[in-house]
Design a protein around this ligand. Structure first.
Ligand SMILES: [Fe+2]
Ligand SMILES: [Fe+2]
Length: 184
């Protein structure tokens, strides 16, 4: 599988988590209780799977190769993607803080969490659409098959070093569990 295809598959996992998060935000609006443990695990998924691992692969490995192939960074698509990654990081940080407050008994923190969750869902959904439909097709034109292969190997190394063996599978298991709980 090519490196860009692997990132598109990860987008599917992230989009699934966003659908779960959207259901949770709706429950919060309806003043229903939400399991604080689920919120913690979702925040952890966004911090580790979506940001450290997926955005890490893009920022440290894919984007530099695209730049070498002539895709512009400053005032170009890569620059926009980087800004959106950091906006996402700030929203997830806010969600982590709200989730921590809720766990300690502050139920009003849930509304703060729902607001940031919705902003994050909107941000990441359009971000993923741009990568899937604009940036990655551009990348597929500039990257050779050999470069795609080298990137896949570098992705594996990054996963081992940044998130550790087996973590990816653990997050897929979490997605599956939460999907059964919230999306049926
Ligand atoms: Fe991205
Ligand atoms: Fe991405």
């Amino acid at each position: 599988m090519s490196a860009t295809q692997q990132l598109k598959d990860e987008h599917q996992g992230i989009l699934l988590m966003l659908r779960i998060l959207d259901k949770i935000a709706a429950r919060i609006d309806a003043k229903e209780n939400v399991d604080p443990h689920h919120l913690e695990r979702i925040v952890e998924f966004l911090q580790i799977f979506a940001d450290r691992c997926h955005h890490g692969k893009e920022e440290d490995l894919l984007f530099p190769e695209l730049e070498k192939g002539g895709v512009p960074r400053e005032k170009g698509p890569i620059g926009v993607m980087l800004v959106e990654h950091s906006q996402g990081r700030a929203l997830v940080k806010g969600m982590a803080e709200a989730s921590g407050k809720y766990k300690k008994g502050d139920s009003t923190a849930l509304f703060e969490l729902a607001k940031r969750a919705r902003d994050y869902i909107a941000l990441l959904t359009q971000h993923i659409n741009k990568e899937n439909n604009v940036l990655f097709p551009m990348g597929e034109r500039v990257l050779s098959a050999k470069k795609q292969e080298e990137l896949v190997e570098a992705f594996e190394k990054l996963e081992r070093e940044k998130i550790g063996e087996g973590t990816h599978e653990r997050f897929h298991q979490l997605l599956h569990e939460l999907q059964e709980r919230y999306l049926v």
